[in-house]
Design a protein around this ligand. Sequence first.
Ligand code: ATP
Ligand code: MG
Length: 420
Amino acid sequence: MSTFQAPKGTYDLTPPRSATFLAVREAISAPLRDSGYGYIETPGFENVELFARGVGESTDIVTKEMYTLTTKGGSQLALRPEGTASVLRAALEANLHKAGNLPVKLWYSGSYYRYERPQSGRYRHFSQVGAEAIGSEDPALDAELIILADQAYRSLGLRQFRILLNSLGDKECRPVYREALQTFLRDLDLDEETRRRIEINPLRVLDDKRADVQKQLTDAPKLRDYLCDACKAYHEEVRALITAAGVVFEDDEKLVRGLDYYTRTTFEFVHDGLGSQSAVGGGGRYDGLSEMIGGPELPSVGWALGVDRTVLALEAEGVELDLPATTSVYAVPLGEEARRVLFGVVTELRRAGIAADFAFGGRGLKGAMKSANRSGARYTLVAGERDLAEGVVQLKDMESGEQTAVPLAEAAAELAKRLG
Ligand code: ATP
Ligand code: MG
């Protein structure tokens, strides 16, 4: 193993590509920040019970994908595989739900960890931006979140994504369906592991990607036929609201998603340029999760969008984000005296809010000008002994190539004026 190699299933974000990641995080969170969502940050690890709840339906994430560890003090921790449980835990701990203004609307951005089989778009460390609206049962809230995710993707210039939508029912109708589905599935010709899955999380069997399994599922009972009237009405209202907003979606009654706590509204954003790792984001309503982790009844809804896959989707669509150059002025000193003087000018520019960089390391003119070019700076300041003797610096416009001598004392002001 080489010394300079990130662990399997992980990769580093380095310039210039890292700038795209920052821009994606910014673009996804912007609609949330403009819609009353407050920023929340939770630890990268939690007590393992928060995720492995030992009740209800188990998930691949909990049984196979979670990184767990025992601390020196003997505590069982898990690297967070997802954000929702942590955010809800933190909101309950801080009593945010008692402040009297429900829903509590929160957004987050961070690293998540899953022990998966690494492949393109599937990593062991990845990054999500998410949103949770806690403590309110209102179809407009589900609609709001879907509309905001759609807005976020569109603001990035993505077009080849689709929204899949389904309702998973609630604690009244879902168990009835679950049993009908189990009865149906038990009669099929399936392998041992899938048989076990029937007993633990039968809805997940519907999601099986294998053709021989899918063929047997044609006549499986449909959740839609089992939804209670309240769930049906709720779902119709969500559909009507996002339709009225002009957001196009597809009804997908096979959409069940990986987490066990979803109820009612469930959705996924898929991108058609990503091959098999096509989900760029997903979410839904989780009315029972608060009680599952020992809290009060707090019907909630949220989503998480994958930053890594969103960047891959941009690349697949050939979308180039309009990222402004980070440096406006690049200073190139020729000689010791010039180094001190121009370093002073750079400091002055920075304090005036102008992004400036400097040719460090006493490099020659040619190499330093190459760096100036690479920095994307609009202007270069060059000064040598003769310039200083005359009390000027050479100001070069990197777009027109035009160069003018500017009195040293006026250099910063002149640049501020030119950069508007
Ligand atoms: P998948 O079906 O692809 O495994 P998931 O249902 O496990 O996705 P979620 O738990 O809903 O995914 O997470 C939301 C988003 O986070 C996904 O849509 C995806 O963009 C991203 N994501 C999830 N797991 C990974 C991973 N291992 N590597 C990169 N991105 C991921
Ligand atoms: Mg997964």
